[in-house]
Write a protein that binds this ligand. Structure first.
Ligand SMILES: NC(=O)c1ccc[n+]([C@@H]2O[C@H](COP(=O)([O-])OP(=O)(O)OC[C@H]3O[C@@H](n4cnc5c(N)ncnc54)[C@H](O)[C@@H]3O)[C@@H](O)[C@H]2O)c1
Length: 373
């Protein structure tokens, strides 16, 4: 697309995230046309009305064939990113925004990455936390060598079990909807981005599933990567914290040890606590989700996309989405994750699951055929 040509935006998937991004699209002056698609017609038409979309269909091929379209957001649920992405590339679309994970199948992820690279498309993946001021400040300090050479990274993600329950309930294909593939991928992406340039050479991980096996997923995966320069990266997630845990979605801690310094990140949201007789909501709350019990204490700001003020979402997903519009419209440089980053993240998260399943160290890179569970 030529510089400053109006964006004709297709949004495929009108659920929680598609809704947020489509509503931002209506506020961006460089977007001249907005088309939406969802297989759930009722939900999609509701968003079409709210976002004043120019077009709605239940068939993504019909949307992608519209002459106005020159940029595409794929916001379908985790198992369904591949077909609309491949169809967009086949149609010659060069500006793509794909929600994480790139795919939930390693071979499909590679197929999508190859198609993107062969077409020379600019595809970015929704690793929203890169857009937070604190992580950009840390990235800059690391890039300019303020703590010397990084030798160790310890990452701990704690999540409320409401997220996995809401996520896995929408599909029967739950085998690869593991804590690392679905949600740990955000913390892993952040850690790998902060360690940019280092390649993992092995991983050893363990998992358990006492609380969430009834939903077809695991509770926790804790692992240790060794990087090509000897750096140790400990990546740990539990997404089985009880519904009453005050963090409604995500709490993160990362410690980064360097030869000349250290950066210690506390991102658990325990600095903003609400306690009330009034029951609090679910944070991530897709259509039809019932959290099953009341919550009365809440760490505010733990919902990673942002927080609501007057019906609008404010926070990193706003910046991530609008900066992508700027990237497409005006060629602005942005910290979005690339499709290659997304593919790498999927393989590393799956390698942790593979190591946990085998109970042994997995050498990296791992053959894609081994990542079939
Ligand atoms: N970046 C973040 O912070 C963040 C936060 C939440 C979710 N996500 C990711 O965003 C994606 C969407 O999550 P969500 O919470 O919006 O899910 P959701 O279930 O609310 O919405 C997904 C929508 O896609 C539709 N859909 C599925 N297959 C389709 C197809 N072939 N054609 C058209 N529509 C189709 C479904 O009907 C549904 O309405 C997931 O990959 C999720 O992991 C990212």
């Amino acid at each position: 697309m030529s510089e400053k040509e109006d964006i004709g935006l297709a949004v495929i998937g009108c659920g929680v995230v598609g809704r947020i991004r489509a509503k931002f699209a209506r506020e961006y002056p460089g977007i001249g046309w907005l088309g939406l698609c969802d297989i759930n017609e009722d939900l999609g038409r509701r968003l079409a009305a709210d976002a004043k979309a120019d077009f709605f269909t239940t068939d993504f091929n019909e949307l992608l064939a519209r002459p106005e379209v020159n940029a595409v957001i794929i916001a379908t649920d985790e198992n369904h990113h591949g077909p609309p992405t491949l169809a967009a590339i086949e149609r010659g679309h060069k500006h793509l925004f794909i929600e994480k994970p790139l795919a939930t199948d390693a071979r499909e992820s590679k197929q999508v990455l190859d198609a993107i690279e062969a077409a020379g498309a600019d595809a970015v993946i929704g690793y929203t936390q890169r857009f937070r001021r604190r992580f950009l400040a840390i990235k800059e300090k690391l890039t300019t060598g303020q703590i010397g050479e990084v030798t160790g990274v310890v990452t701990r993600a704690f999540m409320n079990r409401m997220v996995p329950i809401a996520t896995v309930q929408r599909t029967n294909q739950r085998k690869t909807l593991t804590p690392m593939v679905v949600s740990g991928t955000h913390s892993l992406d952040m850690s790998m981005w902060l360690m940019e340039g280092k390649e993992p050479v092995s991983v050893y991980a363990g998992s358990n599933d006492k609380a969430l096996s009834q939903y077809g997923t695991k509770d926790s995966t804790f692992g240790l990567f060794t990087m090509d320069d000897g750096t140790l990266f400990s990546m740990n997630i539990s997404w089985a914290l009880p519904v009453v845990w005050p963090g409604s979605v995500y709490g993160l801690e990362i410690g980064i040890v360097g030869t000349k310094g250290v950066i210690d990140i506390e991102d658990t949201h325990r600095d903003l606590v609400l306690a009330s007789e009034v029951p609090q909501g679910a944070g991530y709350d897709p259509e039809g989700f019932d959290k099953g019990m009341d919550r009365h204490v809440d760490f505010l700001t733990s919902y990673p996309p942002g927080d609501i003020w007057q019906g609008q979402l404010w926070g990193p997903m706003r910046e991530e989405t609008k900066e992508w519009f700027g990237r497409v419209h005006m060629g602005v440089t942005t910290p979005h994750a690339t499709a290659r980053d997304g593919h790498r993240n999927l393989l590393l998260t799956m390698a942790m699951d593979l190591s946990a399943a085998r109970g042994e160290v997995v050498r990296l890179p791992v053959d894609l055929d081994e990542l079939v569970f």
